[in-house]
Design a protein. Structure first.
Length: 359
């Protein structure tokens, strides 16, 4: 049975470990303290944009210009998702209850089961890019390694051949996938606060659809839903794709120490203040994975300390531009699907026995 726990930083393995020494440097720099003023402003702005977006839908009404508002609200939904992420990591509030309440409020705002996502993300942080242990590498639609490609069946087997080319088009479905996965998770009896999550989730769907059908003609309401959820999915997927895709994948008993496990499987994205806002601080993925409870505005300041420390240790620290990060992720997807493009691909049951020609 899966345990559901709050997303929290993992402790160093020993008091004298490489991570413990880095952690002392970060603590001495005062970067682990909360930033209440920053989050008060950010929450106010995002909440204002959220309410303002729906007010614009009501004011514009029966006009195709409302689809522009749908795209705007998709970006706002992405920002709400980032706030839910920060709350789950206790970046906003130190206490668990305040973090869970704020996270659930953000979750209901975008139609996401906070409990389901929290459990999934906790397991990801514990074992990033581990083929067997990271839920983000489950081959439910795409394959992330050639071993997964050889064993693929159904849709992953069909899509995996050209998944690099289909990746961004498929992201238009990621918003819907978030909702579907949230609903499916309600069947898991180990999910904490399952009744509450279910009530909030279906309340969101009911209000969302009621508002659209009240303010817009049926055809326009469907178009709004398609644009809104499609752009939301692309934005959501684009937030997370640069972070680990295309980075080394751990397998079996690969268990480097905590610092190397987090640094070697993560990628930073260069950029200024706009990148920090657009990606919600996840562009500093290495620092975030090392110190998950660090408030996102402090991650940029931590970057210089972490990078210098990794250089001293001889630990590879990867940082690229945004476009390059996507290209690396797509190249990795294309390579992972190579066995499925082989001219004589054996049936899944015979793959282990006959092998396959990769290209």
């Amino acid at each position: 049975m899966t345990r559901h726990t709050t997303v929290r930083p993992l402790p160093s393995e020993t008091p004298g470990s490489d991570f413990a020494r880095l952690s002392r440097k970060i603590a001495d720099a005062g970067l682990l303290g909360r930033r209440p003023g920053y989050y008060a402003l950010r929450i106010t702005v995002v909440a204002g944009l959220y309410v303002g977006g729906w007010a614009a839908v009501a004011l514009i009404g029966d006009s195709w210009w409302t689809l522009a508002v749908a795209a705007f609200l998709a970006v706002v939904f992405g920002q709400v998702a980032l706030l839910a992420h920060d709350a789950a990591h206790r970046q906003v509030f130190r206490r668990r209850r305040a973090s869970e309440v704020s996270g659930r409020i953000a979750g209901v705002g975008i139609g996401m089961s906070y409990g389901w996502w929290q459990d999934k993300h906790t397991r990801h942080h514990a074992n990033p890019n581990h083929e067997e242990l990271d839920p983000d590498l489950d081959p439910d639609l795409l394959v992330w390694s050639q071993d997964q490609a050889r064993a693929a069946k159904g849709l992953p087997r069909l899509i995996g051949r050209w998944q690099a080319f289909l990746f961004f088009p498929l992201l238009t479905l990621e918003g819907f996938n978030l909702h579907v996965s949230s609903v499916k998770a309600l069947a898991n009896r180990s999910l904490k606060h399952r009744t509450l999550d279910g009530a909030l989730l279906f309340a969101h769907f009911a209000v969302y659809l009621a508002v659209l059908l009240w303010l817009l003609p049926p055809g326009m309401a469907i178009a709004f839903l398609a644009v809104h959820q499609g752009v939301f999915g692309v934005y959501l997927g684009s937030l997370f794709a640069p972070n680990h895709k295309g980075m080394p994948i751990l397998k079996d008993e690969d268990r480097p120490d905590f610092l190397r496990r987090q640094v070697l499987t993560s990628r930073n994205v260069r950029g200024g203040w706009f990148t920090d806002i657009a990606l919600g601080g996840l562009n500093h993925q290495i620092e975030h994975h090392l110190f998950p409870s660090m408030p996102s505005p402090n991650l940029r300041k931590a970057r210089a300390i972490v990078r210098r420390y990794c250089e001293e240790l001889g630990v590879a620290y990867l940082e690229t531009g945004l476009i390059t990060s996507y290209l690396q992720a797509l190249a990795s997807l294309h390579q992972a699907g190579a066995p499925l493009r082989s001219a004589r691909l054996p049936a899944p049951g015979r793959a282990a026995a006959t092998g396959g020609n990769d290209r």
